[in-house]
Write a protein that binds this ligand. Structure first.
Ligand SMILES: [Zn+2]
Length: 64
C-alpha cells in the first residue's frame, strides 16, 4: 500500500537562495510623504506616490 505517493501534493520548487523578494529597482521617494513611489529614482521632477498624486489632483481640481 502506497497511498501516500498517490495523494502526494506537488512539492514547490525551492526559492533561489540569495534573492530577496522585496528587492526591486530603487524607487524614488514621494516628495510629500517620502513613501516609495512607482517611479524609478531616475525619474525627473517631483515624484508623488499614488496617494499624494491623487490628493494633489483633487486639490488642483477643487482650487478656486
Ligand atoms: Zn506621498
Amino acid at each position: 500500500m502506497d497511498d501516500a505517493s498517490y495523494c502526494a501534493t506537488p512539492v514547490p520548487a525551492p526559492a533561489p537562495v540569495g534573492l530577496e523578494a522585496d528587492a526591486g529597482p530603487p524607487f524614488a521617494e514621494c516628495v510629500l510623504c517620502r513613501e516609495p513611489t512607482e517611479y524609478p529614482e531616475s525619474a525627473r521632477g517631483a515624484t508623488l506616490c499614488p496617494v499624494c498624486a491623487w490628493q494633489e489632483a483633487g486639490r488642483s481640481a477643487c482650487s478656486g
